[in-house]
Write a protein that binds this ligand. Structure first.
Ligand code: BGC
Length: 436
């Protein structure tokens, strides 16, 4: 259970927020172009409960109510994503224009993410050209919103979009390319670098990216397990952080990437102002077991050079993910040690858990533990500037449909009624305490 000890005070100016993403909450599908996710969810068997995000939280029509929830919660900032397929539709940017105005009027700082997986259906990250198209999209968004938005996030989790969407086929666009999916990672990283340039050209000075990272624990001290865990760490952590922060790929990776990799790395490593980390849980990894395994709803083929193993001895969320707050401190120490001065200030851009119920004591325990773990990292000298809970609302949880509830606010998807959960009250009280 969460203890009653007050959470220690974070440094002045620390940014407290919550996150969402366009495809997961917006609905209003007719007022935008289709995305790869619309095509994917239309295929039978792709989403566990057979649902789609056509309505989701109907946020486009109810955003005023959601902004009021943010204001009452007392967050400094709201991380949402701008849907590229909506921006392409006639008047699509008008919605974000209103949202930004309403947030500012409510005293909440808008923090848009410019891509959170809902790629326009006619585009493809296997094509280099998509990176250029993305930079044009970003230039259009900043031209319209840049007079009021100051903090920007280029991409959300290019690692998961590559791995789940293009290597293992459990997310849109549903490809099972395994290591042939690597160009998807490279093109997203390139898109990030080009987006940073487009934002800077428009005068932006507070730019980050949101990458998913986590510690990788070897299943044993056995050489084969340690090597497999190291491989997985490269795939999840270093493949994305090294080029962004060091301007190079981990050894052996650059050769697998398309195009003029050396030239592209200069673009990818455009300096950013802060580094966003989405953290949920550590992963335990061992040597391959020679057979296909199913882990957390993801089918992993036998030919992978590692196998993901159960982490025992910790409580788990409804998703089956272990609750290990101290692994967040460990992760930040790892990044601090690995990148040293090359690591800009860090913002936790997502952290949260799936649990049912309005009286969500388990979520409070999870968040309380992780905020304390974050404070320990700050005490140990990591420059952390913000924390965003995933998520404001229960929403469309990708291939899981509406079956996993991550919200501080419960959504009844039949009536669209919003009901703050106990965790919403807990976070509200924390924010008051931190400012008191
Ligand atoms: C994604 C979110 C997702 C959350 C929980 C992150 O990987 O950015 O879109 O809902 O994790 O699975």
């Amino acid at each position: 259970m969460a203890t009653t000890n007050p959470i220690p005070r974070f440094p002045a100016g620390f940014l407290w927020g919550v996150s969402t993403s366009a495809h997961q909450i917006e609905g209003a599908v007719d007022a935008r172009e289709p995305s790869v996710w619309d095509l994917f969810t239309a295929e039978p068997g792709r989403v566990r409960d057979g649902s789609t995000a056509a309505v989701a939280c109907d946020h486009v029509h109810r955003h005023r109510e959601d902004v009021a929830l943010l204001a009452d919660l007392g967050v400094d900032a709201y991380r949402f994503s701008v849907s590229w397929p909506r921006v392409r539709a006639e008047g699509g940017l008008d919605f974000y224009n209103r949202l930004v105005d309403d947030l500012l009027a409510a005293g909440v700082r808008p923090v848009p993410t410019l891509f959170h997986w809902d790629l326009p259906a006619d585009l493809d990250w296997l094509e280099r050209d998509t990176a250029e198209r993305f930079a044009e999209h970003v230039a259009g968004v900043v031209a319209r919103l840049g007079d009021r938005v100051t903090k920007w996030i280029t991409l959300n989790e290019p690692a998961e979009h590559t791995l789940l969407g293009h290597a293992l086929g459990v997310h849109a666009p549903g490809r099972t390319l395994l290591f042939d999916a690597l160009p998807v990672a490279h093109h997203q990283l390139l898109a990030h670098g080009l987006a940073v340039r487009a934002l800077r050209a428009a005068g932006a000075f507070d730019i980050g990216i949101a990458n998913s990272h986590g510690p990788t624990w070897p299943a044993s001290d056995d050489e084969a397990d340690v090597a497999a865990a190291d491989f997985y760490d490269t795939l999840l952590n270093r493949l994305f952080a090294d080029p962004l922060l060091l301007g190079r790929y981990p050894e052996g990776v650059g050769e697998l990437m398309p195009g003029d990799v050396e030239a592209d790395l200069k673009t990818i490593a455009e300096p950013i102002d802060w580094y966003g980390i989405n953290y949920y849980a550590p992963t335990r990894v061992g040597a391959p077991q020679g057979a296909e395994i199913e882990f957390g709803g993801v089918r992993m083929p036998a030919e992978l050079p590692f196998s993901v193993r159960e982490i025992e001895g910790y409580p788990v969320t409804d998703f089956g993910w272990p609750v290990v707050p101290e692994a967040l401190t460990e992760l930040l120490a790892l990044f601090h040690g690995r990148y040293g001065d090359q690591l800009p200030p860090v913002v936790i851009t997502e952290n949260g858990c799936a649990y049912e119920g309005l009286d969500d004591a388990d979520r409070i325990t999870y968040l309380d533990g992780h905020v304390r773990a974050l404070h320990r990292a700050v005490e140990a000298g990591v420059d952390v500037r913000g924390y965003f809970v995933w998520s404001l609302l229960d929403n469309f949880e990708w291939a899981e449909g509406y079956g996993r509830r991550f919200g501080l606010v419960h959504v009844d998807f039949g009536t669209q009624r919003r009901t703050p959960k106990a965790s919403y009250g807990w976070y509200r009280a924390l924010l008051r305490e931190q400012r008191g």
